[in-house]
Design a protein around this ligand. Sequence first.
Ligand code: GLY
Length: 410
Amino acid sequence: MEKYGVNELRKMFLEFFESKGHLAMKSFSLIPHNDKSLLLINSGMAPLKPYFTGAEIPPRRRVTTCQKCIRTGDIENVGKTARHGTFFEMLGNFSFGDYFKHEAIAWSWEFLTQVVGLDPNRLYPSIYQDDDEAFDIWNKEIGIPADRIFRFGKEDNFWEHGAGPCGPCSEIYYDRGEKYGCGKPGCTVGCECDRYMEVWNNVFTQFEGDGKGGYTELAQKNIDTGMGLERLAVVMQDVDSVFDIDTMKAIRDKVCEMSGKKYQVDALDDVSIRLITDHIRSATFMISDGIMPSNEGRGYVLRRIIRRAARHGRMLGIDGIFMAKLAATVINESKDGYPELEEKKDFIFKVLSQEEEKFGKTIDQGLSILSDMEKQMEADGVKVLSGENAFKLYDTYGCLLYTSPSPRDI
Ligand code: GLY
């Protein structure tokens, strides 16, 4: 299997769908346009919602994109596991009332088996429980034996993200082999372990969901596909996690170089190394789209991301502000797909450095106040910081007080 790099894979995907009559569009901004349901773009289809519903006419009825996305729902787990992250790129091919299940399924199979060359014997499709049409396409047209096609319920095979266009889906899993498995009896497609990895999702977008379980049939039948670029790279490069793929490893290595730490030596250091590696990507892309750190909305998400990364930099022992220097690596790794990063690099560096400096001052001020509080406590013979003082430190100076044994549980 060829170990294609992230930038190569992005290009191969877009070119493949261009050859199938799709218009390759630039990634939309992370800032949603006319969509109050989202703070940040969180999937390839999110900026395209009006084309699915028919509210707007698309530039072409077949479109392909590689969309920058941010999801912060699991931010507390970022770093603690090698699975979680906030920033990712989503590859997608879309049909707005044009082709439907036959073409979408056939092209996903063609791309995975013939373009990037995954072994067909390691690929397993899944379908929505009663979608016999998708079953027949996989079975009769593609030739997948019935016992290799998995039927799952709404939780797994019905794609929706809040309100908006949605529908049943058919996913493709790749068997990464026993070395990634849990070894438990019954471990197969759908198991929570790392062996069977979902790489592609073909969504048959035929409903408009109200976000509360109500659905209305859309006037046109659409296709919305999603394939996480980083996930595809994990499979192609046969590495443990997204933190090991070429572009992310370059950032991870830079964090290690700056801190003098090695990855996979100390579990707590690894949490910080992964968290910084992920967060610097989100921060760099958010700033390049014009988001500024602030105390509300998207700006607050950005501020929180920068400050979490800065705090973990201190924990790793990195001296002084470092995020602008690290952003240079992000830009270098991603400018192929996002030339605007290079164009805006000075602005990105400035925003990162200003926010990091501001945070550093706040922390130092907080620590000095804490030291005064401790002196007063000693004079008063008090051993525990009062709730009032703890709140003051948290509220005014952004200091979180850590207790052993989980200082990085933040
Ligand atoms: N919109 C389809 C997916 O993200 O999987």
